[in-house]
Design a protein around this ligand. Structure first.
Ligand SMILES: [Fe+2]
Length: 138
């Protein structure tokens, strides 16, 4: 199971959001490890649940800061978040019905790819706009 890593070139210039991204990567790696170890549905389910809750929390915080910075592409970015949030909501519902069918290596790969691509191709775009914000407490 490939482990993903946060690297300095993924920094969006706001310590709190970088911290969120590191936490999301960490939870995604934990999910990958749980799947690889063949952990019980209870363990994988609790990691997945924590990851999902953190995704919602993070999107909210990120959107709030983009709004504060008057980021011009907030509507487009919000749409990316919404699409992902809907996907994640679907996962939650499927997990409730049939955990074994949801928590798979494919799911981990999808989340890892989405996260790294989203940070690198969408989040980095708001970096210049958010640089104008007064220091955000970490
Ligand atoms: Fe984002």
């Amino acid at each position: 199971m490939p482990v993903i890593q946060w690297t300095e070139d993924m920094s969006v210039g706001v310590a709190r959001l970088d911290e969120h991204h590191r936490r999301l990567i960490d939870l995604t790696n934990q999910l990958g490890a749980a799947v690889a170890a063949g952990d019980t549905e209870r363990v994988t389910g609790s990691v997945l649940g924590e990851l999902i809750r953190y995704v919602y929390y993070h999107f909210g915080e990120e959107e709030r800061l983009m709004e504060e910075a008057n980021y011009a592409d907030l509507p487009g970015h919000r749409q990316h978040h919404r699409t992902m949030a809907e996907h994640v909501r679907g996962l939650e519902q499927r997990f409730d019905r049939d955990p074994g069918a949801v928590v798979t290596a494919d799911l981990h790969e999808f989340l890892a790819d989405w996260l790294v691509n989203h940070i690198r191709s969408e989040d980095l775009l708001y970096k210049p706009a958010l640089a104008g914000l007064a220091a955000v407490p970490a």
